[in-house]
Design a protein around this ligand. Sequence first.
Ligand code: SF4
Ligand code: SF4
Length: 314
Amino acid sequence: MKKVVLGNTNIIVSRLCFGSLTMTPFQANLSIKEGAYLIKYAYDRGINFLDTAEIYDNYKYIREALKGIKREDYVIASKTYAYTAKMAEESLQQALKEIGTDYIDIFLLHEQESIHTVRGHFEAVEYFLKAKESGLIRSFGISTHRVSGALAAKEIKEIEIIHPIVNKLGIGIHDGNIHDMLNILSDLHDMGKGIYAMKPLGGGHLIGSMEEALGFVRDIPYLDSIAIGMQSTDEIDANIKFMEEGSISDELAGRLKKSRKLIVADYCIGCGKCEKRCRQGGITVIGSRAVPNENCILCGYCATVCPEFCIKVI
Ligand code: SF4
Ligand code: SF4
């Protein structure tokens, strides 16, 4: 697996990043042993970069997986919603303790919306900059679902790493389209910021056109790495093969497509926009919640209109 340097940092990562939310109780609900096996399997195949977050509650999987791997051979990115110095310290200490490590490579403020949101987190930002000076983290940044979040990284020089949504349809980008996002990311790259993208398959919605969707992000030269959620060795193998060779076998693609389903998060507000958008009759609001049915073809178009971003194909 090809490795690259993340922006102007000295952090070297594989172009494919292991998105680890997929193994948690929120998604595949793997045991710690099963999840750790997957992380180690991916590492043995050249993926040295893992993305997690405090809310994923999966540090214990990582701790188990890293046993036997030299710490400097592995790159961990985590995220927090902390906005005070105290909360930031608690978040970082929790990550260090539960993963069993002396430092975290990349610590991000989670889901930043704009420069105003980042400024509202200034105490946490200051804490992480000090943590960087003392070696507890190696770099600081933000994750965002918004073009205005990416713009914040342009304005704030201390943001070294950005973790934005990038996929061919712009699924999940709240305030613009994919072209708006890419224009900013290209500038950020030129400024020396490290960029690792999330949701190249639109949270699973683009699985039906997997090769095209992955090809789109893979060929963007200013994306250093791409985080993809993986929950089986099949998926790890397929993603590595695709990143390296640009294609996967029809048989493997078929197996992956069959294992997916559409889920609607509990926080659906029953607004009905998904039902109106779907041309297949694949989802209906019943009571105050959207419910998918057998007509759903997992195209993912309904997710592009959900104001709560609560539809996923897993
Ligand atoms: S668009 Fe989203 S919030 Fe609205 S009913 Fe559908 S799933 Fe629920
Ligand atoms: S994924 Fe596609 S087919 Fe399924 S409910 Fe959404 S829009 Fe309809």
